[in-house]
Each structure stands twice: as C-alpha cells, then as structure tokens.
Ligand binder design. Structure first.
Ligand code: NDP
Length: 449
C-alpha cells in the first residue's frame, strides 16, 4: 500500500510528538523542516533508507543541572540550567545560551534544532546546540548576575571546550554575562581558549560580532530585494525588540538609507513617525545596556506614541524585522502587514512567526526571509571569532564585515538554488533543504550511530 507524502509527514510528526510530549515549540520547528524536506527525501531514497530525519530530530544529548547561587540579601537561590547538544555531524556543537524565565527543555530543543540547520547554511564547520537557564537577569544587580554565571559555569565547563562545544549569547546573555562565564571557564580549566564567542574585544572577541546578527539580517533582506532589482534605500521598516539584534538591525537599516519606525520590549512598542536616527538609536542602546530601562521611556524622551502591551505589526511599512522572540508575529499580524503592502520580512529572532503567519506570507508571495537563513550572520561571525582565536589573529572591522556580507550572499544563493520553482523563491523550502542536505550526507557517511 502506498501512502501520500502528507500522510507520511503526519505519521512522522505523530511519532515525534509522542516521544517529546509537552514541547510545542520543538514540534513546530521540526514540522516546518520536515514539511520542507519531505519531497526531497522522497526524490532521494538514500535519506529515507538511512532514516536520517528521525536521527536528526533526536538530540545527541541534553544535560540538565541545578545552579545554586546567593542573592545580595544572602538568600540561597536555585535555578534550572540546560545544554542541549543537538548534532555535531559537521563540526563542534555551537549555539547560544539564553537566560529568560520562559526557558525550558522544549524551547532549547527547538532552538538547538534550528541551530543545526542554520550553522549548516553558513558553510562553516559548526554543529548545533543551545543552552540556558530560567534565571531572569532583569532586576538583578551586576554582582548577582556574576554569582549566577560563575555558579552555572561551575557545572557547564566539563561539557564544553573549543573542539567540543562553543556557547555564545542569546536573549539575556550579552557581553556582561559572556565575560563572567568565560572568566569562570578560564579559571576552572586553567586554559585560555576560544570556548565562548561574543567575548569582549579586550580578550579574544571579534570585531562586528556584536553587530553581526542585526547587520546580517539586513544584508539578507538586501539580497532578496536586489534579486528583484530593488534595495532597502528609502524604505520604511518596522522592527520589534530593542536588544542586541534589534538595535544593530536598526543601525544597518540607517546605513542603507532606510527609515526604521518602531522598537519594542516585553512591555510594548514605540512608533516614531520621524524615524529612529543614529542619535536616538545611541540613546536606546544606553537605555538598554547601561541603565537597563524600559522602551516606554523613549516615548517620553522623544515625544512619540507608546503602545503598551502591543506589538508593532499594525504599523504600515515596506519591511518588517521581528527581532525579539519566538511566535511574536501571528496570523492576524501577518495579514495586517500584507494588507499594508509589506515587501519583505527579515527574521532576526528565531521562529518569530507562527505557522499560520508564515502561510500568509507564503500565499502572498512576499519575500519571507526566515530566521535560520536571515539571522545566521551572528553564528557565522562567531565561527570567524573561533578562527581568529585559533590563528591568534584579529581581523579588521572591514575584513570581518566583508566576510559576513559574503556569507549572507552565499546563504541567499543556496536558498535560491533549492527554493526557486521557476516563478518565485520559497525561502523556507530553500533554506531547510540546503541545510538538510549537508548534514544528512555527513550523517550517512559516518555509518549507523
Ligand atoms: P536581547 O536579550 O538582547 O533582546 C531581546 C529583546 O526581545 C528585548 O527587547 C526583550 O524585551 C524582547 N523580548 C524578549 N522576550 C520577549 C517576549 N517574550 N515578548 C516580547 N518581547 C520580548 O536578545 P537578542 O537581541 O540577542 O535576541 C533576540 C532574538 O534574536 C532571539 O529570538 C534570539 O534567539 C535571536 N537571535 C539572536 C542572536 C544573537 O547573536 N544575539 C543570533 C541569532 C538569533 P525585554 O527586555 O522586555 O525582555
């Protein structure tokens, strides 16, 4: 009896959900990839014979541990921490650490799974992993954050290494946290090595790493537009978030002559019809990284509107950059953007659009740059940071930026190669299939393991 591809996809997903109960974000991430690559697997039976998809959706291992630390009042506090080492077929595990109360095993499995494909797309030898903790750095003193990071690394250090697993930042983990984590690793291992990326320039960081995810996302959108004879210049943009990815997305949009209109945090968003310029952006960066304040303060400072508890997708713009968190853009948000004539989406965040929202973009045939392709610039420059650490060299800002641009152009080209159907480019299919082929071929080459 023959079964249809859809029935095979449903059966595959039913088994996955049964094996991984209560992990909706992981199910969502796998479904997107499985849906994209199923036709390719059907056309190339060696992948089905080797059961590659099933093997790629089970992490190599997941480490779960307790972090005990002391707050400023002397109370003993306990958090849960994780490292999901998803797949190292094409290189040492690589992926960020997230500190946020919403962190759980399912969220990190979704992020680790996405990371495997993203890292494959960069063309660099990096496997995929993700880690983090339900620790919330918001409202904590620098000393508390330091004690937490030191305590977390006291367990994590034995599982990572420059040729084993190289973590980096993500939500809630920026330069301050990476400094504390790296310091403790160095102390415990008595070895200075490129075991974390996103380090400060003073001790082994790469120029452009801080900017790379945001810059790379805009480069990717520029590539999509240029293919159609257009560019970012003169276009308006809605951006969500006001952290690392959002601020450098806004900066690169300004470099390319676009006009960013919005920024947000978990409290709401600001809409500045005059545009967020360099000066206002510097103010946001100071607000978020030094004073650690709320985006609502921008509205008071610059006299514009603040929309409490809302997201910016109802604002009319040519380009949209979801740069905060997963599932922050749903079906009705996507419909509002399309109705307002949006031309391109660049996902700085990981999986920010719900599946219904993605369908709206795909049906409207707008340029939809999904996260694992569009935001791969961050991990790509992390890879370049590792290279510089190994070479004991520091490349110039221009050199790193040129490499980043070339990597984003090459990711775009792979998406077109695997996603062009003679009429338009399906970037979801293109990115997932291109990422899959390289890992799948490596997995098969190793034999049964
Ligand atoms: P940051 O912590 O620097 O900033 C996160 C921003 O998103 C903040 O403005 C934060 O607001 C907002 N945010 C976080 N959670 C929520 C939520 N549940 N609802 C609404 N707003 C929220 O993180 P990054 O900029 O580094 O990361 C942003 C996204 O980009 C994430 O999806 C991350 O996985 C992805 N990414 C990051 C990379 C990197 O290099 N940093 C690389 C590739 C992808 P608030 O301060 O109020 O919480």
């Amino acid at each position: 009896m023959t079964t249809s591809p859809n029935a095979r996809l449903d059966a595959f997903m039913a088994r996955l959900v049964e094996r991984n109960p209560g992990e909706p974000e992981f199910h969502q991430a796998v479904h997107e990839v499985a849906h994209s690559v199923m036709p390719y697997i059907e056309a190339h039976p060696k992948y089905a014979k080797a059961n590659v998809l099933e093997r790629l959706t089970e992490p190599d291992r997941a480490i779960v541990f307790r972090v005990t630390w002391q707050d400023d009042d002397g109370n003993i506090r306990v958090n849960k921490a994780y490292r999901v080492q998803f797949n190292n077929a094409i290189g040492p595990y690589k992926g960020g650490l997230r500190f946020h109360p919403s962190v759980n095993l399912g969220v990190l499995k979704f992020l680790g799974f996405e990371q495997v494909f993203k890292n494959s797309l960069t063309g660099l030898p990096m496997g995929g992993a993700k880690g983090g903790s339900d620790f919330d750095p918001k409202g904590k003193s620098d000393d508390e954050v330091m004690r937490f990071c030191h305590a977390m690394m006291t367990e994590l250090w034995r599982h990572i290494g420059k040729d084993t697993d190289v973590p980096a930042g993500d939500i809630g983990v920026g330069a301050r946290e990476v400094g504390y984590l790296f310091g403790q690793y160095k102390r415990l291992q008595n070895q200075w090595g490129g075991v974390l990326t996103g380090k400060s320039i003073d001790y082994g960081g790469s120029l452009i790493r801080t900017e790379a995810t945001g810059y790379g996302t805009v480069y990717f959108v520029q590539e999509m537009l240029q293919r159609l004879g257009e560019s970012c210049e003169g276009k308006t943009a809605v951006v969500s978030g006001s952290g690392n990815v959002a601020t450098y997305t806004i900066e690169k949009l300004l470099h390319l002559g676009a006009k960013p209109l919005t920024a947000s945090d978990s409290g709401g968003f600001i809409y500045d019809p005059d545009g967020i310029d360099e000066e206002k952006l510097a103010w946001i960066e100071e607000l978020k990284t030094v004073r650690r304040g709320r985006i609502s303060e921008y509205a008071k400072e610059f006299g514009c509107e603040y929309f409490e508890g809302q997201r910016p997708w109802g604002i009319k713009a040519d380009l949209a950059f979801p740069s905060a968190t997963q599932n922050e853009l749903n079906e009705s948000d996507a419909k509002a953007l399309v109705k307002n004539g949006v031309q391109a989406i660049g996902e700085g965040a990981n999986m920010p659009t719900t599946p219904d929202g993605v369908k709206v973009f795909q049906d409207a045939k707008i340029l939809y740059g999904l996260g694992k392709a569009a935001n791969a610039g961050g991990v790509a420059v992390s890879g370049l940071e590792q290279s510089q650490n190994s070479l004991r060299l520091s490349w110039t800002r221009e050199e790193v930026d040129e490499r980043l641009k070339a990597i984003m152009a090459s990711i775009h080209a792979k998406c077109v190669e695997y996603g062009y159907d003679g009429d338009h480019v399906d970037y979801v299919k293109g990115a997932n299939t291109a990422g899959f082929v390289k890992i799948a071929d490596s997995v098969i080459a190793y034999g049964v393991m």
